[in-house]
Design a protein around this ligand. Structure first.
Ligand code: AKG
Ligand code: FE2
Length: 221
């Protein structure tokens, strides 16, 4: 079992957990190189970098290699489902945040699967756990993911307060201001760290005013 009782309790309390160094450095490093290749860009030549942020699905073997047995076991334990429910995914969504000139500000929270046209319902949960695999070191204000500790419980309480009104993830996401969320934590993960978050965990991408892009892979079960 890769996760301790303390880690499981932390996830239950906070609605997310950052597991440091879950992906071995050589695997994360090789995935990062593949990511640059996918973007047809070179890390040491800014002129080749994409304009703005980069969100794109990829299925290169070097990227899929991040789904190690330890990673999949951790995901399965956090899902609360049997292991075979988390067979290695066939790809990942790259979410890369490139440096920008915009003044840095605390981002606004959202929950995932909240696009109106997709019509996802709040209950039963449309997915169990989401993951962000960080492929490089993230500096302060370098585009780390922001998370709102305990927000999954507050947002669940909001949803339960009026299940008719908050039938859809979209409507619930519209009303997060009603959930009285605490202050967010803006993570500064390192290469190989993995964030797991609950489907009702409020989170956000954040601005990057560091010299380096933030490279990460997103997947949901
Ligand atoms: O880029 C991040 O850190 C978070 C992205 C995110 O929340 C999303 O794409 O839904
Ligand atoms: Fe999100």
């Amino acid at each position: 079992m890769p996760l301790s009782q303390t880690q499981l309790a932390t996830y239950a309390r906070d609605g997310y957990i950052l597991l440091s160094g879950l992906i071995p450095d050589n695997i994360a490093n090789t995935a990062e190189q593949a990511m640059w290749d996918c973007m047809q860009a070179q890390p040491d030549d800014r002129a080749t970098w994409p304009d703005g942020n980069y969100a794109q699905g990829h299925d290169r073997a070097e990227i899929i290699a991040c789904y190690t047995d330890d990673f999949l076991q951790a995901a399965a334990e956090l899902c609360g489902d049997p292991l075979d429910s988390t067979k290695a995914p066939g790809g990942a969504l790259a979410i890369n945040i490139f440096p920008s000139q915009a003044p840095w500000q605390t981002p606004s929270p959202h929950i995932d699967h909240a696009i109106k046209e997709h019509g996802h319902k709040v209950f039963p949960r449309p997915f169990r756990v989401a993951t962000m695999i960080f492929l490089n070191d993230v500096a302060e204000r370098g585009g780390g993911t922001a998370v709102w500790p305990g927000s999954h419980r507050q947002i669940e309480a909001l949803a339960r307060s009026d299940e008719e009104r908050y039938e859809d993830m979209w409507g619930l996401n519209q009303d997060l201001a009603q959930a009285d969320l605490r202050k967010p934590l803006v993570l500064t993960p390192r290469r190989g760290d993995v964030l797991f978050y609950d489907y009702l965990c409020a989170h956000a991408g954040s601005g990057n005013i560091s010299p380096q892009p933030r490279l990460a892979l997103n997947y949901k079960w």
